[in-house]
Design a protein around this ligand. Sequence first.
Ligand code: MOS
Length: 736
Amino acid sequence: MGFFDEPQTYSPPEGRVEGIAKVTGKGKYSAEYQAAGMCYAVLVVSTVAAGVLNRVDLDTALMAPGVIEVLSYFKKPPVPGFADDNKIKETRFGLPVFYTDKIYFKGQPIALVIAESWEEAVYAATLIKAQYTVDKAVLDFDTAHAAVALKPAGKERGSMDAWGTQAATVEAEYTIAAEVHNPMEMHATIAEWLPDGKLKLYDKSQGVNNVQRVLSKVLGIGTDKIEVVSEFVGGGFGSGLRVWPHTLAAVMAAQQVKRPVKLVLTRQQMFSLVGYRPASWQKVKLAADNTGLFTGLLHQARHSTSVYENFNEGITRISRLVYRLGNLKTEAATVPLNLSTPTWMRGPGDCSGDFAIESAIDELCHQLQLDPVAVRLKNLSVDKDPDSGKPWSTNFLNECIEQGAAKIQWANRKPQPGQLTDGDWKTGYGMAVGLWNAGRGSASAGIVMQKDGSITVQTAMTDIGTGTGTAMLNMAHDHTGISHSKIKIELGNSTLPPAPSQGGSTGLSTISGAVNEVCKTLKTKLAEYAAKQNEAYKNALAVNILLSDTGIALETAGSHFITYADLFEKNKLETLEVEASSAPGDERQKYAFCSSAAHFCQLKVNTKTGKVKLLKMVCVVDGGKIVNEKPAANQISGAVVGGIGMALMEEQHVDPRVGGLIADDLAGYHFAVNADAPMIEVAFINKPDVNSNPSGAKGLGEVGIIGTAAAIANAIFNATGKRIRSLPITPDKLLG
Ligand code: MOS
């Protein structure tokens, strides 16, 4: 028996709870709200990558039609958190927007034009001229990284001397281009200072309570004075896990002009103002004996960061978790560049590290003439986390691999590359695995019940498209017995019961505990009222209380059914409101937790054009209990599509000659679209982890992408014999 009961099978609702609102346009995204007297703000950004801002000429802009005000370093409202350098550090906000005259990157906000209409603000922004003292900028990651010393990243295991001469050793370098989240919905903020001194924000974000907390520090006001709404989120992929300069700029503008202000980033600004996956370099030295048993791994990594803030995503973390590896050394460093600060993006850190390790394993298997499936199965550490030594609560990565191999028909793969040809096309198969910490946070949830027995389940957590709300509906139905059609879900508002940001594949794991608790609380609260009418309900346990669409009963003999209508009337209740929280406990001391996945790929490569055509992707996931298979599979196939982009096309282009980004739009930045995606077969092991949380789920999003790129690169090698160690694998690399 685990820490929690074995969950029942959840019966899913018909579709997504937010589906109709999203497709009909009824659901509002942050930029779509209105406020009385609202004006519009447009950012003006630096045209140089490094230096000092000396002057901003505003005169022409201020005379332009509709312009209300222009903010810049030289004129801005007070921001208490930025009062001095020490305070700025304490806020951990990142870029002290308009509070520094230093220019750190091209695209850095230097002014904000506020006008009556968006068009007028856009026009006036073109009239602003700035003067800079220009410094030399460091922009080229490939040349800059070599000069940065590596430092230990985690404790060394065993000894590096123990594995010098082995049957096979792979020593290779891998690089990954920076990638940009590019969610469909633009980052946008509407800021309004209310007459009572409170700040109300509509802000595109993955965590409304996080926005509250960060702004509270920066503005020096209590979190109770800040309300943040992010009810519908059009994708995030990590870009909404921080509070970025434009949000604060909108708040400052609203303060300055004493009116609500709307600020929507342009697509181009989305490339430099809301983070990206950093560019990375890795070196792997991996050795094995002639049976394919790994005897040692040295994993070194560097990735880019900005010059004004250190972001470290932990690229070598994953090489410490998947395989037993008695001899292991991991080293890492960050490389400051004159670009904005990168941030978490789709499987951050692990996704990059995994590409190098899982490619190197494929290279090793080729040297040893051993099967990559068999070699992985031989080396996996599915019983315990090799780093902490704690037992994994559950880890079915071996089963993921076995099922995936069957689904892709791995037996059809030829061990020697280039054997399956059809005219100019060569077919290949590849595989890789991924793993991600299955975390759980503390959260609260509330239920509001109406007389007619309908309930609204509430939490501040956002749903960025993962299906959190839909899963909450499943769980609420399962725990209460009330029909799906009588349950509503409310999310993404800081006035609702608090919850962490949605990220790191922790959403469902975190909120399931709170939903479970609040359903129990609802039952016992109803029983308390019922006890006034009927003694049998006195001190009834939640487990013995039955709810239906119309009333409450007891599982014990006699049933003692009472309608909600009767109960509400006798107790003079308009609505019944309950709230409960849940947090991880001792189980996290005893066990380590992970989700995992095996990725398989079948593709063909055109030897004349270098085009890669994916034929089939398979992703088999151990995410614990699957609460609702449809959105769960959606989430995984979406993540795989992200992995296809990472493998074959996504690249943030930095041109040191122009001092920054080029091709920073959706014409210049390619990600995988429907035509690039093959049949993606998703399957789940679907075994509950009874120590993870009451739902038995472990978390899904990240493992859908961790491993995808290596599976594709390995399949390309199997097809062509070309080992490409640099992402994205564009046709030029295959023809070169
Ligand atoms: Mo994410 S990088 O878990 O939004």
